[in-house]
Design a protein around this ligand. Structure first.
Ligand code: BG6
Length: 468
């Protein structure tokens, strides 16, 4: 089969998991900076700590990340050697607007990202930027309750316009990383912390509505300000399978899928789907709309992007669940698991691609895929054959998806450099093709080392996916 000639092979990181330097260059604190590693992590992430603060004796992995803030020149040189066509990263909102509600951006933050994006282009890579990869300035969390407040729409609009006005070297944009995560991990996904006794569903869906309106406003501005660039939406992807042919399982899987595609339905079609009325009714949710919201939502995205780590499974019965990318899923007996208990399902990638393309008929973009695994250095080398195996199977499935007729802009491997895991805060859960010497407790030299997969991916890219 023939791969599209301009296919964008890439690698991704995110500011909150890689940059570190959390107090440098005038940067303000963000929600992710408040999430410790260890036993207190989950409660903060889920929004069950009403006012998260930095605590003595806790280790906060985002504060130092992998020091990409200082090391980016050397790191980009390695990515150039790998042959990447596109590099995906995010902007730390609080580096540009330290409190979040300023009118004028922090010049040191602007200068940093200008340098970074220019360096990407000099190294021959397109840039894909996510405006909000989970992070929200703490000033907005504390002062406004984050996305539960409508005011966030204006602050985000100002932030997005500032980015479009200053970073013309970026041709691909995503508004929110895995926007559906606001429903599943509200504080880490969107800075939402709950107070006792609140109707959490109401708050989550109202926050989601504000994010959807803010996203559509960003789309509108991008189209006006950078007409040659493209902007997309993104969800944590992976279709739900029914656990059995029992119609109740099939219906359950169908509805679980809608829980995720609801967001794309709005962002790609420009209006709320009719099925939301029943969901809101059942969850006792009553959304407050702004006068122009329906009109603003008509600004639809150019492409639909998603992360894919595994498929999901749903049953109408209460069965054992497995670990996975945040969204809950029943254990699928047909699938093997990763070291972290995430199911491995390359065929599921092809299914997800086909379902999303059938539904939206817009170009897709796989912007995250990879295997979180333990790596061992033996005689100075890392032979990560398990990662190569995982990725080559997924790329094969992706090629099948393209052959099925799906229009796909590119494939981006997650955590191209080892970085902090979003779920657990660990460094030992490694996705990279470039090893970073850092341990879960934060110790380590930060030295970079090419893994076996580095050379493998280099030849995948060189051959445009023919050599796997
Ligand atoms: C996605 C996120 O959820 O999955 C990334 O966009 C994250 O930020 C990735 O790192 C893998 O998840 P984890 O928890 O293994 O880091």
């Amino acid at each position: 089969m023939r791969m599209p000639k301009e296919f964008l092979w890439g690698g991704a990181i995110a500011a909150n998991q890689a940059e570190g330097a959390f107090r440098e260059g005038g940067r303000g604190l963000s929600n992710i900076d408040m999430i410790p590693h260890g036993k207190n992590r989950q409660a903060v992430k889920l929004g069950n700590v009403p006012h998260p603060t930095l605590m003595e004796g806790e280790y906060y992995p985002s504060h130092t990340g992998i020091d990409f803030y200082h090391c980016f020149k050397e790191d980009l040189a390695l990515l150039k050697e790998m042959g990447l066509k596109i590099f995906r990263t995010s902007i730390s909102w609080s580096r540009l607007f330290p409190n979040g509600d300023e009118q004028v951006p922090n010049t040191a933050g602007l200068a940093y990202y200008k340098d970074l994006f220019k360096a990407c282009r000099r190294n021959g890579m397109e840039v894909l930027v996510t405006l909000a990869h989970f992070d929200v300035p703490m000033g907005l969390v504390e002062g406004y309750g984050s996305w539960r407040s409508r005011k966030l729409i204006d602050f985000f609009e100002n932030y997005a316009k500032t980015c479009f006005a200053n970073f013309e070297e970026v041709n691909y944009w995503i508004t929110f990383n895995e926007i559906n995560i606001v429903l599943h991990s509200p504080f880490s996904g969107a800075g939402i912390a709950f107070q006792p006794g609140e109707n959490q569903e109401q708050i989550k869906y109202q926050a989601a509505h504000h994010m959807l309106v803010a996203s559509a406003k960003a789309v509108k501005h991008l189209h006006a300000m950078l007409p040659n660039a493209q902007i997309g939406c993104m969800i944590a992807g992976g279709s739900f399978y029914p656990y059995s042919p029992d119609p109740d399982d099939v219906l359950k899987a169908y509805n679980e899928d809608r829980g995720n595609t609801f967001f794309i339905d709005v962002q790609a079609r420009g209006y709320y789907p009719s099925y939301t009325a029943r969901i809101f009714n059942e969850k006792n949710v009553s959304l407050i709309w702004g006068e122009d919201d329906a009109e603003i939502l008509k600004n639809t995205v150019d492409f639909v992007s998603f992360s894919y780590y595994s498929s999901r499974c749903a049953s109408s019965k209460d069965l054992e669940s497995n670990e996975g990318n945040v969204v809950k899923s029943v254990k699928n007996p047909y699938l093997k698991m990763s070291d972290w208990g995430w199911p491995i399902d390359p065929v599921g990638l092809r299914i997800t691609m086909n379902q999303l393309y059938d539904r939206y008929q817009k170009p897709l973009f796989i912007v995250e895929n990879g295997l979180g695994a333990k790596d061992e250095i033996i005689d100075g080398k890392i032979s990560d054959d398990y990662r190569i195996e995982y990725m080559s199977q997924h790329i094969k499935a992706m090629k099948d998806g393209i052959e099925d007729g799906v229009e796909l802009l590119g494939y981006i491997s997650w955590g191209i450099l080892d970085l902090v895991a979003a779920s657990t805060g660990e460094m030992s859960k490694r996705y990279g093709m470039i090893y970073v010497d850092k341990k879960d407790d934060g110790s380590g030299s930060l030295e970079r080392l090419k893994k076996k997969s580095f050379t493998w991916y280099q030849s995948v890219i060189q051959s445009n996916g023919a050599v796997l």
